[in-house]
Design a binder for this molecule. Structure first.
Ligand code: NAD
Length: 354
């Protein structure tokens, strides 16, 4: 297959491309505009592979997207490009509306025109796979509740509302125009190459720098955590084996309170990096500090991933304990990757100046 992946320079997109190039014989065309979240350093291990191509383009640019589709003739599109950081969506929602809603519309429109013009055989195998989040479902009240594929949408933040809108558009393109779509809604991802503004890398890097570790509210919010390579494997499985028109929830069976996550990171750093801790501290946990809660903060997300397990046989390999240890080890062993993000030098890679 020739797979066009949008947002392939981001955290999950780059994991998906590394997984696809290393574990299949598919070709990949990475379409990414390289916002602050796009980092070509994350693709260094596969960028020389002849099955990989990069196209710098904005998904809101209809002409550029049409040209790329005509030039590469992909047999599938996996759509990950998005603005993805909830805090940024609260401070400046406009770009989330533009990329996540208008960008998805632009891509769907181009995909439909491209798909309609294919020969019957190519039309029948073509898929538009939209990658979304469990945050579209809002939060859960009762401890026994889980999000399923039929849970009504009730997004809370500008980010989740923009992703919910994009999911609705994708379903409408299936119902109205017959575009063969797949949607996946996944819980919080973590793992290597995660941009330092997100909770887990932010805590690891702040602790190593001896800075305070800010936890929203009392840290009791519950999230389900999925190791990013498990997500990448699920996505490829859904693309190749999933039933067109269907939605699959993807989760890690790893519900953790935010405070528990931060404490686990501190305990791992106490084991793995004791010499980098300030002599004034006996544990990295002493850096934890509680800050005013995020407005509209959802209390609990938890996923029922039974459908993807029963229909496609997928389940996560990593537990939270194994995945978080791998993640902390990765940040300790790959300092140049995150040092280049912090210094801003990673932005030079796109200009070929690295
Ligand atoms: P990310 O922010 O790390 O990466 C997003 C990528 O999209 C970047 O490379 C960026 O340059 C690119 N991009 C942004 N706007 C673009 C535009 N207009 N045109 C082209 N490219 C553009 O995000 P991520 O964490 O890898 O998430 C990828 C997808 O998965 C998103 O759609 C997100 O909603 C979804 N998702 C993320 C999580 C998570 O925990 N991170 C969980 C579930 C679903």
């Amino acid at each position: 297959m020739k797979i066009l992946i949008t947002g392939g320079a981001g955290f999950i997109g780059s994991a998906l491309i590394r997984h696809t190039i290393k574990n299949s014989d598919h070709q990949v065309i990475n379409v990414d505009s390289l916002t602050y979240a796009g980092n070509l350093d994350s693709l260094a291990s596969i960028e020389a592979d002849p099955r990989y191509t990069f196209e710098q383009a904005d998904i809101c640019d209809a002409e550029a997207i049409k040209d790329i589709l005509d030039k590469h003739a992909p047999s599938a599109i996996m759509h990950l490009a998005a603005e993805s950081h909830v805090d940024r969506s609260i401070d400046a929602p406009g770009q989330f509306i533009q990329t996540n809603i208008v960008g998805t519309y632009t891509l769907l429109h181009a995909a439909r025109q491209y798909w309609s013009a294919l020969c019957p055989e190519a039309r029948s195998v073509f898929r538009f796979h939209h990658i979304s989040t469990d945050e579209v479902y809002g939060d859960l009240e009762r401890p026994e509740d889980l999000f399923t594929e039929t849970t009504p949408y009730a997004p809370s933040s500008p980010y989740s509302a923009s992703k919910a809108s994009s999911d609705h558009l994708v379903r409408a393109w299936s119902r109205t125009y017959g575009l063969p779509i797949l949607i996946t809604n996944c819980s919080n991802n973590y793992g290597p190459y995660h941009f330092p503004e997100k909770l887990i890398p932010h805590m690891i890097l702040s602790a190593l720098a001896g800075k305070q570790l800010p936890v929203y509210g009392d840290g009791s919010q519950v999230r389900d955590w999925l190791y990013v390579d498990d997500h990448a494997r699920a996505l490829l499985e859904v693309l190749t084996e999933g039933k067109p028109g269907e939605t699959y929830n993807i989760g890690g069976n790893n519900e953790k309170r935010n405070l528990e996550v931060v404490e686990t990171i501190c305990d791992l750093l106490d084991q793995l990096a004791p010499t980098e801790r300030s002599p004034a501290l006996t544990s990295y946990r002493e850096l934890i500090t509680f800050v005013e809660d995020r407005p509209g903060h959802d209390k609990r997300y938890a996923i029922d991933a039974g459908k993807i397990h029963q229909e496609l046989g997928w389940e996560p390999i990593e537990t939270f304990e194994s995945g978080i240890r791998k993640t902390v080890e990765w940040y300790l062993e790959n300092r140049s990757w995150w040092q280049r993000v912090i210094s801003g030098d990673y932005r030079l890679t796109r200009l070929g100046e690295s």
